[in-house]
Design a protein around this ligand. Structure first.
Ligand code: CA
Length: 403
């Protein structure tokens, strides 16, 4: 009998090995953990027990040292971890460092440097265009097919899954209102997204080409871009999202390394417009990822957005973000933009799912146009893995509490 075993087909089996940061009850220290089934491996303690040279990257209170170490180190550490949890002689050594997930506290796994959010789903952009600009000739803005649209968000309010979200207050003014009013948002929404985590920095004044994506980006996570639609609608012209977004962004506690997602790589949708050379990925490796996302409100699935429909890839977003010479830092986080598929059950925001509140969702606890206090929103996802086994992504969950 091996000292521990993960059930066959478990989406968090040894083929996955996402990274997080945890602490044990009563202990102040945070340390890097690797998820295996419903346990977390204290990776630093295991490395020390095995005399591994990677202890210096793993016995740390955040993922930043590992993120900064670069692709060769990422692959080497992953290969070592795989051996530790699958080779019987190593298993015996590391078994004492496995803790039940239910017994630990998970923390924000890395120090977020800069945070950028994109707008890469054509279905989402068209839905929003139809809702907010119904009289426009084209539901897409003229630039949409030529560059990945994005904005800089607030890194300091990125929170880990499980953190309550206080309903934000702000100014709002409906077109029919004579003057703006101030108060708690009455149109609080979600955006189901995927976040990409930058490991290796780039120098100011240089651009990161499409082909260097995997040299800089370590992995991905699920991300919920909480959005106060009433605040956003009144403030966003002409400079874009500000207080309607900056109060909170939730990320999953687990960062899935890109190396675990090789079987999920797919070509993005066919390009309908010629792209400038720095964005033209026709000759590049497939830049899309086949991630199947679920959105649940209070435990009930309300949408299943497919990530493989995203028009702009994470590699194109990285190339665009740096083409002006802006530098990358370890811990930079960028969101894909709301993931919405073509079907009505595939939309990644309540704005779209209820068509701006006109078609409420019927939930057991009542109708929903936007979020009520006490509602819990959970995003989960999986991707195709080796031999038909799924790669699970860590969920991101958050509950709305009154302001
Ligand atoms: Ca967003």
């Amino acid at each position: 009998m091996p000292p521990f075993e993960v059930p066959e087909g478990d989406p968090f089996g040894p083929h996955n090995l996402p990274y997080g940061v945890f602490s044990r009850p009563g202990a102040q220290e945070r340390t890097v953990g690797v998820r295996l089934g419903d346990h977390v491996l204290d990776a630093g303690a295991a490395a020390q027990a095995l005399g591994s040279p990677y202890a210096s990257l793993l016995a740390r209170p955040s993922l930043n040292p590992l993120l900064a170490a670069g692709r060769t180190a990422w692959s080497d550490v992953r290969r070592a971890l795989t051996a530790w949890v699958t080779v019987p002689s190593h298993q015996e050594t590391v078994a004492p460092f496995l803790h039940p997930l239910s017994s630990v506290t998970l923390h924000l796994p890395f120090e977020v440097a800069d945070y950028v959010d994109f707008y890469a789903s054509e279905n989402h952009a068209r839905n929003v265009g139809q809702i907010f600009r119904p009289d426009a000739e084209d539901s897409l803005t003229p630039n949409w097919k030529h560059l990945p649209i994005g904005y800089h968000g607030r890194a300091g309010t990125v929170v880990v899954s499980g953190t309550d979200v206080v309903r934000p207050s702000g100014q709002r003014k409906a077109p029919s209102d004579p003057a703006p009013v101030f108060g708690p948002s009455v149109r609080l929404d979600i955006e189901a997204e995927v976040g990409f985590v930058v490991g290796v920095p780039s120098a100011r004044g240089t651009a990161v080409p499409l082909g260097d994506f995997r040299e800089h980006v370590f992995g991905l996570c699920l991300l919920n871009d909480w959005s106060a639609r009433d605040v956003q609608a009144w403030e966003y012209v002409p400079l874009g999202p500000f207080l309607g977004k900056s109060f909170a962004t939730s990320v999953s506690a687990w960062i899935t390394p890109l190396d675990a997602l090789d079987d999920a790589r797919v070509a993005p949708p066919a390009r309908t417009h010629a792209l400038l050379p720095y964005l033209d990925d026709a000759e590049e490796e497939p830049g899309g990822y086949d991630l199947r996302i679920s959105v649940a409100i209070n435990g009930r699935t309300v949408s299943e957005p497919p990530f493989d429909t995203m028009y702009w890839t994470a590699a194109q977003q990285l190339a665009h973000m740096t083409v002006n010479g802006a530098s990358l830092r370890t811990g930079d986080l960028y969101g894909s933009g709301t993931v919405s598929g073509p079907g009505p059950g595939q939309r990644g925001s309540l704005l779209e799912l209820t068509w701006n509140g006109r078609e409420p969702l019927e939930l057991p606890e009542g109708k929903r146009t936007f979020l009520e206090d006490g509602d819990t929103v959970t995003l989960s996802a999986w991707a195709p893995g080796p031999d038909g086994v799924r790669v699970g992504l860590g969920e991101v969950s958050g509950r709305i509490v009154p302001s």
